[in-house]
Ligand binder design. Structure first.
Ligand SMILES: [Zn+2]
Length: 329
């Protein structure tokens, strides 16, 4: 069954208006005599399931193309399965500088399927996505591996949206994108942190972030990296909010937040200096206020808004503190 539905227009002679309307969908045709321009026979729809979003834009990709110069592939909205990028009329006609006559232009004509294929994968000869070369052959097109939008879920079809044929093409595109995303994420598994950082800062970084989001998977590298600040102890640069770090020069663990360092298991409670023992207060609570020293009572009183006289006896302080503590708010 042919998947190209040919809807020939009745009109063979193009009126000026028709030529003008064609110029909206075709690349600019300049002043080419309208009798050279062929009528549109049918359209190939270009679609995308890719939700990647280039910085500060609603675009997933910008690709160079012979006929259209630059093709902007919009991002698929988060709540949609696909987005229609554009209709490509058949035939596609555009003008180019005439290589044989300086200053002159020539009209170029190409099949819509060929133009569509050149957008999604410049190296593939053919005009139908349901007749793609096998994966193993596709992998050999290394030259334009960066412009492989087929694996990126961009697809074209002449099928009408909502038909079974369209659904088939759509599902195939979704599967190709998932395959690419899965292998991209799995490809990070054996990598060192440094290699992962390098990949993330490359063009592939956006794909990896979009892939992780697609599968709803958590990765340590997904977290935005905190800016580095000087360590308050040794002034080495450390991630903001770090509880401890390894001092490169001395090779020791330099602790910034002892409580979190103990919780993380890099230090034991016994190693915590007296001045950093955060649990002292908790022990008091276990002992009860009765066991508090004078200094502790004054401290506790201060928390309840009391200014206590250190010269008072311990019993006097205790009475005042107990009154403040048990007083209903
Ligand atoms: Zn330090």
């Amino acid at each position: 069954m042919p998947d190209v539905l040919i809807q020939r227009t009745e009109e063979t002679d193009l009126s000026r208006n028709h030529a003008r309307s064609l110029s909206k969908i075709n690349p600019p045709l300049g002043n080419v005599a309208s009798d050279l321009i062929r009528p549109v026979e049918f359209y190939v729809g270009l679609y995308s399931v890719n939700k990647r979003r280039m910085a500060e834009s609603n675009l997933a990709f910008l690709v160079e193309n012979g006929a259209y110069k630059t093709v902007a592939i919009v991002s698929c909205p988060a709540d949609k399965r696909y987005v229609k990028v554009r209709d490509i009329p058949h035939p596609v006609q555009w003008i180019e500088a005439d290589p044989h006559n300086l200053g002159e232009v020539v009209l170029r004509t190409e099949k819509a399927g060929r133009v569509a294929m050149s957008i999604v994968h410049p190296d593939i000869i053919g005009e139908r996505m349901d007749h793609l070369p096998p994966q193993s052959a596709l992998a050999k097109y290394a030259i334009s591996s960066n412009c492989d939008l087929i694996k990126q879920g961009v697809f074209f079809t002449t099928a009408e949206e909502g038909t079974a044929e369209f659904e088939k093409a759509l599902r195939a595109a979704e599967q190709r994108l998932e395959t690419y995303y899965r292998s991209s994420l799995d490809g990070l598994l054996g990598m060192s942190e440094e290699e992962i950082r390098r990949v993330l800062s490359s063009e592939r970084g956006l794909d990896l972030r979009t892939a992780a989001e697609h599968f709803g998977e958590e990765y340590s590298w997904l977290r935005t990296r905190a800016p580095k600040v000087p360590c308050p102890n040794c002034f080495e640069k450390v991630p903001q909010g770090a509880a401890f770090h390894k001092n490169d020069l001395l090779g020791v663990i330099c602790v910034i937040d002892w409580k979190r360092a103990v919780e993380a298991g890099v230090k034991t409670k016994d190693q915590v200096p007296d001045s950093k023992r955060w649990w002292a207060e908790a022990d008091h609570e276990e002992r009860g206020v009765d066991g508090f020293t004078k200094a502790e009572l004054i401290e506790l009183g201060a928390k309840h808004g009391l200014t206590l006289n250190p010269r008072s006896t311990r019993d006097e302080l205790l009475a005042l503190v107990l009154e403040a503590v048990t007083k209903p708010a």
